[in-house]
Design a protein around this ligand. Structure first.
Ligand SMILES: Nc1nc2c(ncn2[C@@H]2O[C@H](COP(=O)(O)OP(=O)(O)O)[C@@H](O)[C@H]2O)c(=O)[nH]1
Ligand SMILES: [Mg+2]
Length: 454
């Protein structure tokens, strides 16, 4: 939605549910004239003037157009400022399907409601101070999330409690900036006492947000786990076993998987993409080399790697150990070193760094998945006590606030002018984060991600 094109004083309408075969549909109405317009086509079963009803009340009745009953509905009434947008609002719960909701929407527009644009309800909530821009972006994430990791983090960010500390820090800095500006304008004997800020604590708090957000953002849309290792170690077999289906070609001829195959699974409520690669084989032919190049490319996108070897690779174990250490170092991701085909071993291998499995006999797979799950839970705690940056925009602003506060701390005892100047920078980044002062294009871009009706 381009904000320049719409009038926020209009009363608006939209279908808030997906059109199609469904039990009910919801049509949302909002704006100053909501109840004056609604009464033109809604006849309550127990006549009571709509404009007199209390907020958070529901009313049964009929939607009538030109004396024809269109549907038997329930209407929920919300009174400003206690509504999603902060304005008068109503929701019509009608029968689902393709025709009735569309007919009712048409009747709404016929009686003076304008069709809402994408995200217009949320934009009004933002303009009316019902939520800040961080919360708007959290709603956007909830609506588009395909895994519970994203929706839980976004719901956490919506909570007023989680925002309170940020808002308190913002208010404290604001107070000091105002006091500082007064002092800069007055002579020495007219100075007022300035509030002392606990900047060290603020910086520690921001460190925590930045650290967790840097872990979260790259993986919010799913984790990539790559299965790599020498040819014929059983990578494709393991891939199939994890997926519980025969998806990848398994062959006893080394180097069958020339490129890569990936598949999404949900492991303990988290979306994971498992990737089966071509083998890492320095002695391979040209095509295998191509596959290797692809594997190296995939490695840099992996969030974790399963490095799979077979008993025949134990003779080159130091070479594989070197590779595991190198990948851990270069790609900064966990590398699970796994020995497959333990069914072929006559006596057990004592190397404790290797997780031992046999895809053929189905042993050790559960332990491997438990290890992966443990890593996921450590890396992505379910319960954040802090708000997170949900995207790069927010993360960059948190980092800029932190830098400004570090500068403020360093200049505190050197120059009051510089101290106040740095605090002012921190404030302006907070204002961008909350959407108090933010470029129109950024707002338009954020709201364009919303659907109509939200
Ligand atoms: N004995 C035994 N053979 C296995 C095991 N896992 C896989 N294989 C066999 O090893 C060969 C190579 O497997 P594949 O999955 O294609 O290996 P990749 O080249 O690493 O993808 C096939 O013949 C598999 O049946 C296992 O746990 N034990
Ligand atoms: Mg393979």
């Amino acid at each position: 939605m381009n904000s320049n094109l719409v009038n926020i004083n209009d009363s608006i309408c939209a279908i808030a549910t997906t059109l199609g075969y469904s039990a009910i549909s919801i049509i949302r109405l909002c704006g100053n004239e909501t109840f004056d317009l609604l009464k033109l086509f809604f006849c309550p079963s127990f006549p009571k003037r709509l404009e007199k009803t209390k907020g958070f009340s529901i009313h049964s009745g009929l939607i009538v157009d030109a004396n024809i009953v269109i549907d038997d509905v329930i209407v929920a009434v919300y009174r400003k400022p206690h509504s999603y947008t902060g304005e008068d609002m109503a929701e019509i719960f009608c029968h689902g399907g393709l025709t009735v909701p569309a007919q009712i929407l048409h009747i709404c527009t016929k009686h003076g409601f304008r069709m809402a644009s994408e995200g217009e309800f949320t934009r009004r909530a933002f303009i009316n101070g019902k939520m800040n821009l961080m919360q708007v972006e959290a709603i956007s994430d909830i609506l588009t999330s395909t895994n519970s990791n994203v929706s839980k983090t976004a719901v956490n960010n919506l909570s007023k409690d989680k925002h309170k500390k940020l808002q308190d820090i913002f208010a404290d800095i604001n107070e000091v900036v105002i006091q500082g500006e007064v002092n800069l304008d007055f002579s020495e004997d007219e100075q007022i006492e300035m509030k002392e800020l606990d900047i060290v604590a603020y910086i520690e708090y921001l460190d925590l947000i930045v650290k967790h957000s840097e872990d979260y953002i790259p993986v919010k849309n799913g984790l990539n786990i790559l299965i790599a290792g020498p040819p014929n170690s059983g990578k494709s077999s393991l891939f199939n076993t994890i997926l519980n289906q025969d998806r990848s070609i398994v062959s006893h001829v080394p180097g069958t998987t020339r490129d890569y195959i990936s598949e999404k699974i949900i492991l303990h409520e988290k979306e994971i993409t498992i990737v089966d690669t071509a083998g890492y084989d320095l002695t391979g032919d040209e095509i295998t080399r191509e596959g290797m190049k692809k594997a190296e490319e995939l490695l840099s996108n992996a969030n974790a790697i399963i490095y799979l070897i077979a008993p025949c690779d134990l003779q080159d174990i130091s070479c594989h150990e070197k590779k595991v250490a190198e990948w851990k170092h270069v790609f900064k991701v966990p590398v699970f070193a796994v020995l497959n085909k333990t069914d072929l071993l006559e006596k057990s291998v004592t190397n404790n760094d290797l997780l031992k499995i046999s895809v053929k006999e189905g042993t050790g797979i559960k332990d491997l998945l438990t290890e992966i799950d443990k890593w996921m839970s450590d890396t992505f705690p379910e319960d954040y006590t802090i708000p997170l940056a949900l995207n790069q925009r927010q993360l960059n602003l948190f980092k800029k606030i932190r830098t400004s506060l570090i500068e403020a701390k360093n200049t505190r005892n050197i120059s009051i002018e510089l101290y106040i100047e740095n605090l002012r920078h921190a404030l302006s980044f907070f204002e961008e984060l909350f959407g108090i002062k933010v470029l129109q294009e950024i707002l338009d871009e954020i709201f364009s991600r919303f659907c109509i009706g939200k």
